[in-house]
Design a binder for this molecule. Structure first.
Ligand code: NAP
Ligand code: ZN
Length: 361
């Protein structure tokens, strides 16, 4: 049994300015890591800049963080951080800038490793890192409360979490920042959170304690599931989405993810399908092939579905089906079967035949 989630979470409107004392002591100069546009449009970047200025803390901005951040971009940002003498990080945005910031904080604290960044990031060893403050502006990854940093490795044509575990020091969750997110982003990221909840509940590492987070998250997800067909979302809904994704993040922080996430990375890398959507395509099949019917029933009950078929119908109505050829699907299956470390979080022996049944193409 393990129970550990050391991130201090503040969740309320204006929490960045309300709690600026909390990050006053974290460092002298921050690097704000963010994407190209969204944090400028939703007010989060201005809020962070203003709070840092009021605290008398310097900052530089790296606003070139791509979706599904690559090791190359992490190295580029690290070089800038080292040159600027940065000693803590503010990640603003979705999972991409949050995940990237964790890796940048680690590499910039160990700049002598920059020449062998890939090897250093993916080999577990004790190493220091600078503090990270996370400001999520999507509602799916939960990266603000997880120790994972999933990066794209172009040389291996896939994505993988680095070997180091880096929890953000502080998470500042202000649902107002979600207001600029379009329906696609909301749906994709909510479905990512659903994947985290289902996988946390059904994986090898799940236990009666960490299941508390997943069970409650599934119940909350079930409560708002029909709202995802709307085209606009109330403040109250945005807050619910954000809180559910945080609960899902706490759940996977303890259990890690399982088969649907493992399969999703190929779809994202090869077909450029958004992370949450790619995970969602595999969720109905995952429940279908899962050997313990009672546990699946509990998942469906929490979500308010009476049967696996009803869940499948709902997911297909929400996100559709993936456009993959049989050959692409078989390649994905074979890649997964060759990664025993990814299969071990599934509590039953996995055969190629069973895995094939997860998607009908
Ligand atoms: P994302 O890749 O961070 O962002 C997707 C898009 O949404 C970007 O174009 C971004 O624009 C935009 N966006 C972000 N916030 C917005 C807002 N409030 N309004 C309008 N647009 C907004 O998406 P994500 O789904 O949150 O993160 C996915 C990444 O997280 C993947 O790399 C995945 O592997 C990783 N992940 C990590 C964990 C973990 O535990 N660490 C868990 C699950 C997934 P800008 O570029 O302009 O900002
Ligand atoms: Zn995910």
């Amino acid at each position: 049994m393990n129970l550990y989630m050391p991130t201090k979470v503040f969740s309320e409107h204006h929490c960045v300015s309300n709690h600026r004392d909390e990050f006053k002591m974290l460092g002298k100069k921050a690097m704000i890591v963010t994407g190209k546009h969204s944090s400028r449009n939703n007010g989060s970047l201005d809020d962070v800049k203003e709070a840092l200025a009021k605290n008398g803390q310097e900052y530089v901005i790296f606003d070139d963080m791509e979706e599904n951040p690559s090791v190359e971009t992490v190295v580029k940002a690290t070089k800038a951080a080292v040159e600027e003498g940065v000693d803590f990080f503010f990640a603003i945005g979705g999972g991409s800038p949050m995940d990237a910031s964790k890796a940048i904080s680690l590499l910039s604290r160990n700049p002598e490793k920059l020449d062998h960044a890939l090897e250093f990031l993916y080999t577990f060893q004790r190493a220091d890192y600078y503090p990270v403050v996370a400001v999520p502006t999507t509602c799916g990854t939960g990266s603000e409360v997880t120790p994972y940093s999933v990066l794209t490795i172009h040389s291996r044509r896939t994505k993988k979490s680095i070997a180091h575990r880096i929890f953000p020091e502080i998470a500042l969750m202000d649902a107002r920042y979600l207001k600029t997110a379009g329906r696609n982003t909301i749906v994709n990221t909510c479905v990512d959170a659903l994947g985290h909840l289902i996988e946390a509940f059904l994986c090898t590492n799940s236990n009666e304690i960490n299941k508390i987070y997943a069970r409650e998250g599934l119940r909350m997800w079930g409560e708002f599931k029909e709202s995802l067909f709307q085209n606009s979302f109330s403040d109250e809904l945005l807050e619910k989405y954000l809180h559910t994704s945080m609960l899902a993040g706490i759940a996977i922080a303890h259990t890690s993810t399982s088969i649907p996430h493992g399969l999703s990375y190929q779809l994202t890398y090869e077909k450029n399908i958004a992370h949450g959507r790619a995970v969602g395509y595999f969720l109905p099949g995952f429940l279908r092939i899962y050997e313990d019917g009672k546990r699946v029933e509990e998942v469906l009950n929490c979500l308010g579905f009476s049967a696996k078929e009803e869940f499948q119908e709902y997911i297909e109505k929400l996100i559709g089906k993936p456009e993959v050829t049989r050959a692409e699907w078989m390649k994905n299956v074979d890649t997964m079967m060759n990664q025993p470390e990814k299969l071990k979080n599934h509590p039953f022996p996995m055969t190629r035949d069973t895995l094939c049944k997860m998607l009908t193409v």
